[in-house]
Design a protein around this ligand. Structure first.
Ligand code: FES
Length: 111
């Protein structure tokens, strides 16, 4: 276990639980403007939902593929950012920056 890991571990744990406990931004994907994203509370789970400039919705898991923190929408950069270790994903869930190596899995909005 490295010293660098030990330094970031407490902050990462706090962010992990904050993300798990935080309220979803909306329960209705129709509230999402074009070019924006939000965490949407579905019946029993959450989804990271992006509405593209043509108005189409793209839904994916909000669970970071690195160590399972919940990503958050960055409206300035138009990215999904993970608060735990800094992974970033494009609006469609493709990894831009690690440590995550796998994209956010796509999912339906009906779950
Ligand atoms: S949990 Fe580590 S970058 Fe997301």
């Amino acid at each position: 276990m490295s010293a660098a890991w030990l330094k970031q571990a407490p902050g990462a744990m706090v962010n992990f639980f904050k993300g798990r406990l935080s309220q979803a931004r909306t329960s209705n994907p129709e509230d999402i403007a074009r070019g924006e994203g939000a965490i949407v509370q579905l019946d029993s789970s959450k989804a990271a939902v992006y509405r593209d400039e043509d108005g189409r919705l793209h839904a994916m898991s909000p669970v970071c593929t690195h160590m399972k923190c919940i990503v958050d929408w960055n409206s300035t950069e138009k990215t999904w950012d993970c608060p735990c270790h800094g992974s970033r994903y494009d609006p469609y869930g493709h990894v831009i920056n690690g440590p995550a190596k796998r994209n956010l899995p796509h999912r339906g909005l009906e779950e």
